[in-house]
Each structure stands twice: as structure tokens, then as C-alpha cells.
Write a protein that binds this ligand. Structure first.
Ligand code: ADP
Ligand code: MG
Length: 399
């Protein structure tokens, strides 16, 4: 099965993602073709599927607690794989009714731990990251090969295992008419600088810091609502510089780390936020504005030096759920007044499915055994490039 797929010039690949927000399963149907010297990427359709409530809560518990029950972890891995497999199968059926056959699945899985801060273990600095969602279960449901576990070969080269989508983003969004700056506001926020095709500049990517996560957690804790719809609560408040000053003292902002997660900006920081709300006698809108402003500052801090250096960047494209938060959009427009801010939809891809689409492209590269550089700048020039992902095969009917 694998060799026949490898021989094909065009493949239809289903990318599946669930980000740090653990809000939904995002599925992107894509078509990837190879022309001489060029990969052609096409986004066909996106689908979103909900987690069963108990599974979502189980994933949040695993991601938010330092000590986890190992049996629970193992069973949740299996249950998530099964759930992702069912979601994939429903998309397979939907696409089949349009006469589109999916050839390959690429699944990122759910990150439940990401530790970019290295620790010495057995005489060497170790990073680590863990994604669960048994790819074998997805293969069993869909009867298709599955590419998964994209981060481990980057970790094996001594990197953080994130960001890893920079090469895929370059293929998807690279343009011969303009350099592009894309900001993804998911649970965390990250940026991608994609040079104009043919220029000698390197692509760049890094996490900026928190995205929606602190806003989600704060509102969940204060009012029980899942997230700040449209950024309404934050827009009704005033941010506190005292709170911002304290939150900006987080070690991520003074470190060289390129990635972060719920370990840094999650439950522990929520505790701090609620203490600060009390200490400073802030209203719910004021603390929401402060937390949302932290995201805006984290993004501006990363983006400004790039804008100073790359003067031909005209627009910043927003992707991820945070592009629907009007506080973020308004404040980013104010803090980055020199540049136009637009939704990534202007580039022909829904901002709800960019990451799932990137994993589809990465899965196709796993199948073909092609390496994806994860670090581009000269200072960090990689000597060896990882082939991201492993392949998991479906069960057979006959032996
Ligand atoms: N209409 C909306 N208004 C404001 N925020 C939104 C809206 N829709 C989604 N979001 C935010 O986006 C988050 C999900 O973003 P997403 O890009 O899926 O992140 P992740 O990759 O971490 O899953 C939600 O948790 C919520 O905070
Ligand atoms: Mg999401």
C-alpha cells in the first residue's frame, strides 16, 4: 500500500489537529501534487468535530496536572485515537459522496506535555514533548496509513520539538510577489515569517507566548463560559499595567526558548492571575483586558524586530481562533500601526484549518521520506534535517 502511494504524483491527504486549547478536532482535506521543481498545495475542505465531554475533560486534566495517572494516560491515548479515527472516517464518507477518495491521514495528536526548558538527564540536556491519540486506532478506523508523531525526530536532534510547521507553512503560503508574516493565535500564539520566493532571506518561526489560553481559563474560572466570544469581555475593560508587568516577568519572555505551552501559560498562571485580580481589586472585564493585552504584547514584542528588518512586509495575516477576538485585532492594529492586519482567509485558506493543513503536507513528506528543516537562520543552521513523523499502517483483510 505504501509503495503504491509513494509512486503517485498527486495525493489527497487528510490532516488532523487538536491544538493546545483542546477546543475541537480540526480536519483539513488537501491535495498535494508534484510538478518539476515544485510542490503544489491545494486546500479542499475543512471540518470541525467536537470531543465527547468526558474525553475533553480527561485531556485537560492530563495536560494541566504535573502528576498524572499512568493507566489513565494510556487509556486516554487509546480513546483519543479512536475518537480521531471516527472523526476521520466521517470526513472520508463525506468526501466520498463528492467522489473524493482520501489516500493518507496525517495526525498531530493532542499535546499533553511540552517541556522546552531543558533538564540534564544521563549527562545531556533533554527537551521533551508528548502527543497522544493512538495513530494505530486511526488506521484501524479508516483503513488508511497514518503519519503521526511529528515532533520526536526534531527532539532527537536536540531541538525543542516546536515549532515544526515552518517548512510546511513556507510551501503553503510562499509567494513570489510578497514576503508574508502570519500570526497564529491559538492556545499559544506563534509567528511565521515567509520570505518572498527566490529571496535569500531565511524563514523564521517561533512561539510568541500565550494566545487565547489565559483568556479562556480566566473566563472559565470566573464565569464558566468557554471563551471570550468576540473579545467582548476584554473590550469592556481596561488593562492594568501592574498586572501586565508581573505577568511579563514569566521566564519564557526572558529566555531563548522558541516554544511554550500550558506548562508555562496555563493553570499555574491562572492562579497568579486570580490572585492579582483580587490584590488589585479588578473587575472581570479589567482582568480579561489585562490577560488579552498580555497576548498582544507577546506578539508585538516578536513582530516588531521583524518589521524593522524586513521593510517590504505590507500585511500581517491572522490565523487561529484568536483572529475572531476583536480585542486582539483592535489592539494589534494599534500597536503595529505601521502594517495592515488581515485575516488569513485573504490567502485562500480558512484560519480554522491552517495547522491541520500544515500537518497534511507534513504527512505527505513523511510518506515520501522527505526531510523538513525546522531551523533556518544562519546562527542555528542545522547540519542534519529531520524527517518528521512516523508511519502507521492499517490492518489487512488477508494474510
Ligand atoms: N468567535 C470567537 N471569538 C473569540 N475567540 C474565539 C472565537 N472562536 C474561537 N476563539 C478562541 O480560539 C480558541 C481556539 O483557537 P484554536 O486556533 O483552535 O487554538 P488551538 O490551536 O490551541 O486549538 C478558543 O479556545 C477561543 O479562545
Ligand atoms: Mg483548536
Amino acid at each position: 500500500m505504501l509503495t503504491s502511494l509513494q509512486k503517485r504524483k498527486t495525493l489527497t491527504v487528510l490532516g488532523i489537529n487538536s491544538g493546545t486549547s483542546i477546543d475541537s478536532i480540526d480536519l483539513a482535506v488537501t491535495r498535494i501534487s508534484h510538478k518539476p521543481g515544485k510542490t503544489v498545495f491545494q486546500f479542499l475542505k475543512g471540518f470541525s468535530r467536537k470531543f465527547p465531554n468526558d474525553l475533553r475533560q480527561g485531556l485537560v486534566d492530563l495536560a494541566d496536572n504535573d502528576t498524572v495517572n499512568l493507566d489513565r494516560l494510556i487509556r486516554t491515548d487509546n480513546a483519543l485515537g479512536d475518537c480521531l479515527g471516527r472523526a476521520a472516517r466521517s470526513v472520508q464518507k463525506k468526501m466520498a459522496s463528492d467522489s473524493i477518495k482520501i489516500d493518507l491521514i496525517a495526525s498531530h495528536g493532542q499535546t499533553i506535555r511540552h517541556t522546552p526548558q531543558p533538564e540534564i538527564l544521563a549527562g545531556k540536556k533533554r527537551h521533551g514533548t508528548l502527543q497522544i491519540g493512538a495513530p494505530e486506532a486511526i488506521a484501524a478506523q479508516t483503513l488508511l496509513p497514518v503519519a503521526a508523531d511529528f515532533r520526536q525526530s526534531d527532539i532527537a536532534l536536540g531541538n525543542e520539538g516546536a515549532p515544526i510547521t515552518v517548512h510546511a507553512m513556507n510551501v503553503i503560503f510562499g509567494s513570489s510577489s510578497e514576503p508574508r508574516l502570519i500570526i497564529n493565535i491559538g492556545g499559544m500564539s506563534n509567528y511565521f515569517f515567509i520570505p518572498k520566493i527566490g529571496s535569500s532571506t531565511f524563514p523564521l518561526a517561533s512561539d510568541c507566548g500565550p494566545g487565547n489560553i489565559l483568556s479562556d481559563l480566566t473566563l472559565q474560572s470566573l464565569e464558566g463560559s468557554r471563551f471570550d466570544h468576540g473579545g467582548k469581555a476584554a473590550l469592556a475593560g481596561h488593562s492594568s499595567e501592574i498586572v501586565l508587568h508581573e505577568l511579563l516577568a514569566s521566564r519564557f519572555f526572558s529566555s531563548q526558548m522558541r516554544s511554550t505551552g500550558r506548562e508555562e501559560f496555563g493553570r499555574m498562571m491562572l492562579k497568579r492571575i486570580l490572585e492579582l485580580k483580587k490584590r488589585e481589586s479588578l473587575s472581570t472585564p479589567d482582568i480579561m483586558a489585562s490577560v488579552a493585552e498580555l497576548t498582544v504584547r507577546a506578539i508585538s514584542r516578536r513582530v516588531k524586530p521583524i518589521l524593522r528588518k524586513e521593510r517590504s512586509i505590507q500585511k500581517l495575516y491572522l490565523t487561529g481562533g484568536g483572529r475572531k477576538n476583536n480585542f486582539f485585532v483592535k489592539r494589534l492594529r494599534e500597536s503595529l500601526a505601521e502594517i495592515e492586519i488581515a485575516p488569513v482567509e485573504e490567502l485562500g485558506l480558512s484560519g480554522d484549518y491552517v495547522e491541520a493543513a500544515a500537518y497534511a503536507l507534513m504527512g505527505e513528506m513523511t510518506l515520501r521520506g522527505k526531510a523538513s528543516p525546522t531551523l533556518f537562520d544562519r546562527k542555528n543552521q542545522q547540519r542534519r534535517f529531520p524527517i518528521l513523523g512516523s508511519l502507521f499502517q492499517p490492518p489487512q483483510e488477508k494474510v
